[in-house]
Ligand binder design. Sequence first.
Ligand code: ADP
Ligand code: MG
Length: 324
Amino acid sequence: MAGEFELIDLIKARCAFARTDVRVGIGDDAAVLRVPAGHDLVASTDTLIGGVHFPVSTEPEDIGWKSLAVNLSDLAAMGATPAWAMLALTLPSADKDFVERFADGFAALASRHHVALVGGDTTAGPLAITVSVFGFVTPGRALLRSGARSGDLVCVTGTIGDAAAGLRFPFEGLFGTAASREACDALRERLDRPTPRVAAGIVLRGAASACIDVSDGLIADLGHVARSSGVGIELAAAALPASPALLQAFDAATRLALQASGGDDYELAFTLPPSRETAVLRDLAKVGCGATRIGRVVDGTGVRLLDANGSEIALPRRGWEHFA
Ligand code: ADP
Ligand code: MG
């Protein structure tokens, strides 16, 4: 067991990426940070509670990665370039091994995006992790939920439904289903190590009319876009992109439920005028991010999921609910 300051030193040593815009980092009463001239600061915070936002069996490295990933995903959804993070850690005990492994997972993702950890807080209590992130956009260019217009297309990056599948069928539970071990691992990896779509968000900045990250479930999250924009959204069920692992592991009905209502994928769902589709999909491909057209923005309200005949598919009132 270690003391509070030993734990802070451990975290500092493992997350020691330098940025010249950090004038004062970990070690003083507060950080002093320099926002580059001519930029807006974009800020977001998310808390992860053990047993609520991740299974208690999750590896500490994965918890560290995910606690930053879900936050970077919010910056990505705004089209922001990430810069800084703060970490408020509440731990049941001063467990050095946990903190080292947590910090290694956090640092692995932070260094990938040149994010400096500039401060935080360390307290005793039930396991909870609050990360705050800060990034930059050129003024007026942040991607909002409110810009979708009737006639726009709706697209989503990557594939969806995997994280909910990884949660619903924990590793052991997949034996006896159609899923191979590789498929199980791939689904679980999507849950434990989400990839924030930072480069895609930067591509979409100035090109998409609205954007949101898929954290609560596709229908629920696009519902926020519809409400904020004052429009309706129609999605083609057959168009929802599924990974090879999801296709292998589940029948069509289960897949659709996971894709429509499962959360935690951290893909970006966005809208754009049809005239921009070709260029945007090409620019996304250049940063290694696939995207699929899944529907369109219409006059009206709410999100409707349509079958091949254009009839509405009734979803369970509450679809798959995470960590229930
Ligand atoms: P104070 O008592 O003035 O709030 P602390 O003792 O809480 O200061 O923190 C000392 C320094 O360590 C501060 O710079 C703080 O931001 C940083 N710090 C504390 N906990 C963490 C953490 N979990 N991750 C990163 N930095 C931390
Ligand atoms: Mg403090």
